[in-house]
Design a protein around this ligand. Structure first.
Ligand code: FAD
Length: 241
C-alpha cells in the first residue's frame, strides 16, 4: 500500500444542505504538506476483495488551518458519502496522498478562468493565497455553479478575496433559480459555461481550469475547443468515483 497514513476526524459541519465540511488531523501530529489544488484518497475496507478508494480535494486555505479540510457532496447510497456523512469526531480513517496536477503553474497568463460546479470549487479555495499573490500581474475569474443559492459553498471566502483584490472576479451561477430579485452583482442565473459568452475566453490570453461535474467539464471543454484552446490551456479534473 502506498504512503498511507491514519487520520482522526476532529470536526464535521454542514456547509450547505448537501455538502459536509470535514476537518481531520494526522495521528503522527504532522501537517499534510500539499500544493493547493491537490487531493487525498480515502482507503475503505475492501468489498468482495476489491479495494475501495475515494478522492477528495484539499480545501484548507494555507495559513488559516493546520487541519486536513475536505468538502464532501452527498451522493445518496454512495459508499463514501454514507460513511463520511455519518462519521463522528474521533472516528479514524486511512488516507493517502496528496495527489494531483490541478495546481497553479509557473506561468503568467493575462487571465485565469477557474470554473467549478459545487465541491469542485474546493481546489480553488486552497489556491486563494497563491492566486492573490499573482493578482498584481494577472486577472482571475472564478465561476461557481450550483443549483440554488443555499448550495453556494465557501462563497464568503471568495467574496472576501474579491472585495480585497479588484483583479479577482467571483461569480455564482444558479442552474435552478428562476428569479433574479435580491441578487448581488456576483449572482447569475444559468450554468457556469453560459458565462463564457460574456467573458469571451481566448487561447491567446487565458488559461482555464475546470473542476467538478464531468458533464459541465465536457460541455465547457467543447466550447473552449471551438474557440481554439488546446488541452494544455484547459486543465481538467473530473469528480468521478
Ligand atoms: C480527483 C478527484 C477529486 C474529487 N474531489 C471531490 C471533492 O472534493 N468533494 C466531493 O464531494 N467529491 C469529490 N470527488 C468525487 C468522490 O471521489 C466520490 O466519487 C463521490 O464522493 C461519490 O462517492 P461515493 O462512494 O459516495 O459514491 P459511489 O458509491 O461511488 O456511487 C454511488 C452511486 O452514485 C453515482 N455517483 C457517484 N458520484 C456521483 C455524483 N457526484 N453525483 C451523482 N451520482 C453519483 C455512482 O455512479 C453510483 O451509481 C473527487 C473525485 C476525484 C476523482
Amino acid at each position: 500500500m502506498q504512503n498511507t497514513f491514519t487520520v482522526t476526524l476532529v470536526e464535521t459541519t454542514l456547509l450547505t444542505p448537501k455538502v459536509r465540511h470535514l476537518k481531520l488531523k494526522r495521528h503522527d501530529g504532522q501537517p499534510l504538506e500539499f500544493t493547493p489544488g491537490q487531493f487525498v484518497s480515502f482507503h475503505f475496507p475492501a468489498v468482495e476483495g476489491k479495494e475501495i478508494r475515494r478522492s477528495y480535494s484539499l480545501a484548507a486555505i494555507p495559513g488559516q488551518s493546520s487541519h486536513i479540510e475536505l468538502a464532501l457532496g452527498y451522493v445518496k447510497g454512495g459508499l463514501a458519502s454514507e460513511t463520511l456523512f455519518s462519521a463522528k469526531p474521533g472516528d479514524q480513517f486511512t488516507l493517502s496522498g496528496p495527489y494531483g496536477r490541478l495546481v497553479l503553474r509557473d506561468e503568467n497568463p493575462q487571465r485565469y478562468i477557474m470554473v467549478a460546479t459545487s465541491t469542485g470549487i474546493t481546489p480553488y479555495r486552497s489556491m486563494l493565497p497563491a492566486l492573490a499573490a499573482r493578482l498584481n500581474q494577472v486577472k482571475a475569474v472564478i465561476l461557481l455553479g450550483v443549483q440554488t443559492r443555499t448550495d453556494a459553498l465557501y462563497s464568503a471566502d471568495f467574496l472576501a478575496y474579491a472585495n480585497q483584490y479588484p483583479n479577482l472576479d467571483f461569480r455564482l451561477c444558479y442552474s435552478r433559480e428562476t428569479e433574479k430579485e435580491g441578487f448581488l452583482p456576483c449572482e447569475h442565473l444559468g450554468y457556469v459555461q453560459d458565462q463564457f459568452a460574456l467573458l469571451n475566453p481566448s487561447p491567446d490570453k487565458d488559461i482555464v481550469y475546470l473542476c467538478g461535474n464531468p458533464n459541465m467539464i465536457d460541455a465547457a471543454y467543447d466550447i473552449l475547443k471551438e474557440k481554439g484552446f488546446n488541452a494544455q490551456q484547459v486543465r481538467r479534473e473530473k469528480y468521478v468515483s
